[in-house]
Design a binder for this molecule. Sequence first.
Ligand code: NAD
Ligand code: TYD
Length: 349
Amino acid sequence: MREVSNVLVTGGLGFIGSAFMRFLFRTNAFTGRVVNLDLLTYAGNPDNVAGFVDESRYSFVRGDICDQQLVSRLCQEHAIDTIVNFAAESHVDRSIAGPGVFIQTNIVGTYSLLEVVRSFPSIHFHHVSTDEVYGSLGITGAFDEQSPYRPNSPYSASKAASDHLVRSYAHTFGISTTISNCSNNYGPFQFPEKLIPLMILNAVERKPLPVYGDGLNIRDWLYVDDHVEAIWTVICEGDRGATYNIGGKNEWTNIAIVEKIADLLGRIQREEPGQFRSLITFVKDRPGHDRRYAIDSNKLTNQLGWRARHDFEAGLDETIRWYLRNSQWISRVKTGAYRQWIKKNYDER
Ligand code: NAD
Ligand code: TYD
């Protein structure tokens, strides 16, 4: 069992990093301090941490994971013993439109963190990664930890490179690391460029629901709180230097998900059946679109006892209701008002 006192979370203003910190502040298993280092890119939303921003054990620093001096200073000043690296460019479509920043943050950023960890031998480094590093599956099978890396998008290639760097630094320099490769997440606070929140918000506004290609691509969906509990389990109990796959054994075609969202929303809003389904529009496919992901997380379950606790239908229903309840969060994201805090606190200084 690894002792975790003071944690440096990178990318904590994003979707999963903020859920991880919410978890840290509600679990009895953690009583230490959290420093959140985030660059405040378009995906970094201060509203995501509104629920615990006044917590005395929390502090926020705006900065880049590529800034080794800053990261070193934070590790020193806050007696950090664990770094959890969520910071990344995370959207495949953006990586196709402009790969450069993915190379910089995901690869150079991870390298920079690892360089710092080399000079703090007592720090454990957990790297949060994706199942997309393994490439695309046919109709059968699932990725396990032995599956070869075959990334297909600039996003997954940059994450694959970062995983390799972590592995090599553990092997060559003896630093303490763990890596987790997780399937697609969904839940509250997800930026509405990703499939599930995009479809919910478009449907609410009666806008088209754009399904890429034939809609038969398959993803393995996991509720974000199940993911952060798995990360915590790996950090505390995972073998040093090991990799763990995380998934929910929950495969769906994209079209089935979009239909599900349409039907659940119809029920919640007491609409005529089929109202929201009529918004579904098939659009041009994503270049290089991976056909199927599926994760075998037996290692994590058998060795460390983790299993997903959220049922998909219930999780999706909860997520839709969260977006319906949080119209202010949505409008601040849509209008860009969530960036005003950044302007006021940083850019205008
Ligand atoms: P996100 O895009 O919501 O958040 C990324 C955060 O990183 C933002 O707050 C952003 O401001 C910050 N950031 C970006 N560049 C930075 C830099 N150079 N320095 C410091 N901070 C920076 O991403 P997410 O969906 O929360 O994903 C978090 C991690 O989990 C990523 O590493 C991603 O690859 C991985 N992952 C995501 C999923 C998913 O379904 N979303 C699944 C598996 C793994
Ligand atoms: P996304 O949420 O971008 O995650 P990823 O590409 O990392 O799996 O997309 C999930 C799936 O949904 C993927 O197969 C692409 C598809 N998709 C659409 O069909 N329409 C959309 O508007 C988006 C954003 C995604």
